[in-house]
Design a protein around this ligand. Structure first.
Ligand SMILES: [Zn+2]
Length: 454
């Protein structure tokens, strides 16, 4: 994992290798600023040469991938740092539902209050709190990375596929079979439209292989336009053969459930009916919200499509993870050094304002401590505990949960260790609303060596 570096005046320099960071620290030329992500400050340097560095973002509903890359002149990218943010949108959603229920109870059951006239409006660009949180956490990390690395540009995956290009687009059989950029994008579009299911049998045939299928066969003059394409399983595709959807529907009987499903769907497809693109706007509103927030930073923002990301990933032989998807966003010729550990960042929140714990029915069950800090520690701090003797002997690193007694729990990657005294603990990083752990790197296969040539 690359080490982020800032100079004496806390301005960002180019990240360095772990080995170099160790040398600098050993010689006393640098001090540790943070552990996650590991950042050092050079004590004797002011300014230095920096190269164009780009933050790349792949926003998702549960997790957002981030990559920091150095841009070579020839379209080659050198990955410097990888991270994945796990969002807590569902937690926020649940908490708000709970608050709503508690308020409703207070208003209706405990004393009567006449309903208010609902004249409240929402500003333009409003997002639900659980969605706004995704934009906010991603922006928080963009701001942080800008403090520790010389970022000059941002790339974001904005849409899944280019809708404008999809209308009336023509795609030849060779294109999608050989996986060109446009072929990948059309295939993604069709898969999304049919929800990764065969348009004829909806999965009843049991064949898991999905293919792009011509409603009016190409061999009989059917066009390559997207309007003439659906997703079909290989079985349906072969059984249908050289017939149009309409001819196939008429030839099919009603003997089995499979035949009935195929007959009804083929008839519908023949009549030009296609499933509508649902929920695309809900996903996209968050992405557009992030796009506008990124624009507001003043950095140049490049937008990519999901089809382009997937095409890059497959062409360069890179495995699918959130962080590596981020590295594949946008126009890129080759990616080097992608096989490196990923910093898994979990948005955990900063605890609750509410000091009263409630039962399921909203009655008080117990009370939290008034002070958040115990013996200099706070829940969420990262600590290192060195226990000399006893059953829990050893060195434990992780997120601490404090108790008023001074006996803490430590959440390590291998599970929770209970009842560690504050006397054994040393602080490694203050709680900042995120949990961290480093995921080991995915080894590069043979393809990666060839990715430069591809
Ligand atoms: Zn099928």
């Amino acid at each position: 994992m690359a080490v982020l570096v800032i100079d004496k005046r806390k301005r960002p320099l180019m990240p360095c290798s772990e080995k170099r960071a160790r040398l600098l620290l050993d010689r006393g030329r640098a001090v540790v600023v943070r552990v996650h992500p590991f950042t050092i400050r050079l004590k004797d340097r002011v300014g230095g040469d920096t190269q164009p560095t780009r933050i790349k973002i792949d926003p998702g509903s549960r997790a957002t991938g981030m990559a920091l890359v150095r841009e070579g002149g020839d379209g080659t990218e050198h990955v410097l740092w990888l991270g994945g943010i796990a969002h807590r949108g569902h937690v926020i959603h649940d908490r708000l539902a709970q608050r709503r229920a508690a308020r409703r109870r207070r208003r209706s059951q405990l004393r009567h209050r006449a309903p208010r006239f609902d004249n409240r409006t929402r500003p333009a660009g409003w997002l639900a709190p659980s969605l706004q949180h995704r934009v906010d956490t991603t922006m928080a990390w963009v701001k942080r990375l800008r403090r520790w690395a010389p970022v000059t540009a941002v790339s974001q995956e904005l849409v899944r596929f280019d809708m404008q290009r999809m209308d009336n687009a023509t795609i030849s059989g060779i294109e999608y079979q050989q996986g060109t950029l446009f072929g990948t994008e059309v295939r993604e579009y069709l898969l999304h439209r049919h929800q990764h299911q065969c348009a004829y049998c909806a999965g009843l045939s049991g064949d898991p292989v999905l293919e792009v299928e011509h409603v009016h066969p190409r061999s009989r003059g059917g066009s390559d336009r997207v309007g003439n394409l659906v997703i079909g399983c290989r079985d349906c595709n072969q059984v249908k053969g050289n017939r149009t959807a309409g001819e196939w529907s008429e030839a099919l009987g009603r003997r089995s459930a499979l035949d009935r499903a195929r007959k009804a769907n083929a008839e519908r497809i023949s009549a030009g009916k296609r499933p509508s693109l649902r929920d695309a706007s809900a996903v996209n509103s968050t992405r557009w919200g992030l796009f506008h927030a990124l624009k507001a930073t003043g950095l140049p923002v490049a937008a990519g499509t999901g089809g382009l990301t997937k095409w890059n990933r497959q062409r360069l032989g890179i495995p699918k993870t959130h962080a590596l998807d981020a590295a594949c966003v946008g126009t890129v010729e080759a990616i080097e050094g992608w096989s490196r550990p990923v910093l898994a960042i979990r948005a955990s929140g900063r605890g609750s304002y509410q000091r009263t714990r409630l039962t399921r029915h909203g009655f008080p069950r117990g009370y939290l401590m008034r002070a958040k800090r115990v013996r200099g520690f706070q829940t969420g701090d990262h600590v290192r505990a060195a226990v000399g003797t006893g059953k829990k002997a050893g060195i434990h690193r992780g997120r601490v949960a404090v108790r008023a007694t001074g006996s803490f729990n430590i959440q390590t990657p291998n599970g929770v260790i209970q009842g560690i005294s504050h006397r054994h603990c040393t602080l490694t990083q203050r709680a900042d609303g995120y949990g961290y752990h480093v995921q080991p790197k995915i080894a590069a296969t043979k393809e990666e060596a060839g990715s430069k040539a591809a």
